[in-house]
Design a protein around this ligand. Sequence first.
Ligand SMILES: *[C@@H]1O[C@H](CO)[C@@H](O)[C@H](O)[C@H]1NC(C)=O
Ligand SMILES: *[C@@H]1O[C@H](CO)[C@@H](O)[C@H](O)[C@H]1NC(C)=O
Ligand SMILES: *[C@@H]1O[C@H](CO)[C@@H](O)[C@H](O)[C@H]1NC(C)=O
Ligand SMILES: *[C@@H]1O[C@H](CO)[C@@H](O)[C@H](O)[C@H]1NC(C)=O
Ligand SMILES: *[C@@H]1O[C@H](CO)[C@@H](O)[C@H](O)[C@H]1NC(C)=O
Ligand SMILES: *[C@@H]1O[C@H](CO)[C@@H](O)[C@H](O)[C@H]1NC(C)=O
Length: 370
Amino acid sequence: MKMGCSWVCATSGFWVVLLVLSRLSCSEGQVVPALFVLGDSIVDVGNNNYLALSVAKAVLPYYGLDFPTKKPNGRFTNGKNSADFMAEKLGLPSPPPYLALISNSSERNNSSLFLTGVSFASGGAGIFDGNDEKFEQSIPLKDQVGAFVAVHDNLTQHMGSPGAQQHVAKSLFLFVIGNNDLFDYSKSSDLQKQYTPQQYVDRMASSLKDQLKRLHSYDARKFVFAGLPPIGCTPARRNWNETGGCREDQNSWARMYNEALLAMLNGLKSELNDISYSYLDLYNIVQEFIQNPSAYGFTEVKAACCGLGNLRAVVPCLPISEYCPNRRDHLFWDSVHPTEATHRIFIDKAFNGSQYTYPMGVHQLAAVET
Ligand SMILES: *[C@@H]1O[C@H](CO)[C@@H](O)[C@H](O)[C@H]1NC(C)=O
Ligand SMILES: *[C@@H]1O[C@H](CO)[C@@H](O)[C@H](O)[C@H]1NC(C)=O
Ligand SMILES: *[C@@H]1O[C@H](CO)[C@@H](O)[C@H](O)[C@H]1NC(C)=O
Ligand SMILES: *[C@@H]1O[C@H](CO)[C@@H](O)[C@H](O)[C@H]1NC(C)=O
Ligand SMILES: *[C@@H]1O[C@H](CO)[C@@H](O)[C@H](O)[C@H]1NC(C)=O
Ligand SMILES: *[C@@H]1O[C@H](CO)[C@@H](O)[C@H](O)[C@H]1NC(C)=O
């Protein structure tokens, strides 16, 4: 379909009518008016900087070292993250942090603020309200969804109800969340006594489903979900294994959650009918990096780039820490977060509709008519 479209566009030449027609059918690339991002530190672009009490902020060197400004900016990596790359591929500006928009009175009055999307993502956030949320360290998912509802009201004020409805239905909603829920589970003997891993991940999926239904009632129709990566293979978790191998328990929970997520999405699709989604299999993408690093330009897939101690994962990435000279060849930036290089490949894989997307890649999702 993509090939057919560009053929029509390329050969229609001065046939203005044909060009217009081909524009209509080749709407791919311009079809998505906005990107809304919900999730945790993997995609936070600075919301946590506006949480007065939070210590989960990427505000110190060497975060942001390879960002265009070369300064820490709230992203938990050395440069851009998956949210930035996804926006870039869609031809949209990177969605600004919601809290930055509403905290600035001169921006608050600007009606075009929310038009191309907003990021609600917050480092430390989970599907459940965990400890971080209790101590106002991060914005829990249900509050991220609540903030979208406020944005939806705003869009309705400016575009009218049918206008806002179409705008939102064509927009993409990117979800990157779940890591912190499993982290809380691994740290809490109470949670482990209360729920088996299977029961816990089922609750995660069902709680996410409630939030998706709420978004759907506010016109959201197209979703991108990142599955959980092998969280037991982060430098931090390898340090929980005396051999330095991946923590198998953590990896098995991630696989279990991904299955629960896919089953939930399948069910939701038949319940609601008018939604579309793309699931990105980060688990197998990261396994592939670990097994075949050179194919992706990596030379180091175990240790962090920035930090101190074993695997540079004992002391966090702070001004007192060391960082690797070449960030491009490391899978991990710090003890739990990927490098910009890794983020870039994630989003390439998401778009290309490889064996790592289900049931379709993001290009195809973008082109779905709503
Ligand atoms: C508020 O927004 C205006 C306009 O975009 C900008 O010039 C100003 O620097 C912002 N203020 C703060 C504190 O971010
Ligand atoms: C924003 O709008 C409010 C109310 O409409 C007004 O009081 C305020 O002065 C405006 N702020 C700016 C910076 O224009
Ligand atoms: C409103 O925001 C848009 C998008 O950020 C910007 O291009 C425009 O200049 C702003 N308008 C005013 C009056 O600040
Ligand atoms: C929505 O826009 C109006 C101006 O039309 C502004 O007063 C209001 O604060 C905005 N809402 C949010 C949530 O920013
Ligand atoms: C530690 O890593 C080894 C592989 O090096 C693996 O066989 C073992 O299951 C891991 N232990 C735990 C507790 O996950
Ligand atoms: C995806 O496709 C683009 C253009 O077709 C190509 O440049 C890029 O290398 C591909 N990425 C992957 C990860 O296959």
